[in-house]
Design a protein around this ligand. Structure first.
Ligand code: SN0
Ligand code: CP
Length: 311
């Protein structure tokens, strides 16, 4: 593996999932790979799980880790040819090359603006690091994708599914803020590669990028969509068509025990209790959000193992 910025960087998904599950049994087995190697993590946005699980994964592999909240360093310029006489102090051309001298792998988190859809779609931040860094890049959530989360979700469903082709329903849920489409995009992309019966449910106006959803069924009736689900993956996202806007705050879309039926509840976290999902669900043994969060370490570890093996 040369990098992990998108799900398609995984050449054999079922093998990767199997290897990640095996890794959990012996997480320190490959420490020789990371000895005298450094992971640098760059955060343009907040994180708990990604920051800690990716650091844990790197240390499981014997790596050293450095983490930088980029906004505490210099305000970076990403546009080519800019006369930098305003608020940006350093161009990503220099920053990426400088960091590459300190790192063997660079991991980046940079959320979208949610203001300019076309510009967000260019994935300027992570693509700039891919272009100018001289070491492999890992995506810790970019403007349109969260491939580490999706891999952890795939591992979790593979481990906990009680049938060969489970029904997986990704359901929109309300949120007070405008959130990215990265997590739902990557979850849909990942589920399309797995042997699951995937349905997406959301209010009208919340259609994701059709280049991602493709022919995955979309049901605007949540109750109908949730019927006989085995896994319910709840997530809020802002409108893609009315880009970056909150066009519904309909609290009836909150996931309840009643709506969940016998299904297992999934969410990437952080989750707004009693907005996205009621306490009774999160506090029940139908919730597998802790297993998902634990699998973030092994998703990151199997990815970085593959990268280290190719250095
Ligand atoms: C892994 C999820 C990260 C991010 N979530 C949020 O920004 C939620 C923040 C909040 O609830 O205030 C998102 O939806 O992409
Ligand atoms: N799920 C996830 O990526 O969590 P953080 O935003 O806390 O890293």
């Amino acid at each position: 593996m040369k990098k992990y910025t998108q799900i398609s960087d995984i050449s054999n998904l079922s093998e990767t999932i199997k290897e990640a599950i095996l890794l959990k049994m012996n997480p320190y087995e490959h420490q020789h790979l990371g000895k005298n190697k450094t992971l640098v993590m760059l955060f343009f946005n907040s994180s708990l799980r990604t920051r800690l699980s990716t650091e844990k994964a790197a240390k499981n592999l014997g790596m050293d880790v450095m983490s930088l909240n980029v906004n505490d360093a210099w305000n970076l310029e990403f546009e080519d040819g800019t006369v930098m006489d305003a608020s940006t102090s350093e161009h990503v051309k220099e920053a990426a090359k400088v960091i590459s001298q300190y790192a063997d792998i660079i991991a980046v988190r940079a959320f979208p603006s949610l203001k300019d859809r076309e510009k967000d779609a260019t994935e300027m931040v992570i693509k700039s690091f891919e272009k100018y860094a001289t070491v492999p890049i890992v995506n810790m959530e970019s403007a349109t994708a969260h491939p580490l989360q999706a891999l952890a979700d795939a591992i979790t469903i593979s481990e906990l599914s009680e049938k060969s082709r489970p029904k997986v329903v990704m359901s929109w849920a309300p949120h007070p803020r405008a959130l990215p489409q990265a997590v739902p995009n990557s979850f849909v992309e990942m589920m399309q590669k797995m042997d699951v019966d995937l349905t997406i449910t959301h209010p009208e106006g919340y259609e994701l990028n059709p280049e991602i959803t493709k022919d995955t069924p979309i049901n605007y009736n949540q109750d109908e969509a949730l019927k006989d689900a085995d896994f319910v993956y709840a997530k809020n996202w802002s409108s893609y068509t009315d880009y970056g806007n909150v066009i519904s705050r309909d609290r009836t879309w909150m996931i309840t025990k009643e709506k969940l039926g016998h299904a297992k509840f999934m969410h990437c976290l952080p989750v707004r209790r009693n907005v996205i999902v009621e306490d009774a669900v999160l506090d029940s043994d139908q919730s597998i959000v802790m297993q998902e969060a634990n699998n973030r370490t092994y998703a990151a570890q199997i990815v970085m193992k593959g990268i280290l093996e190719n250095l």
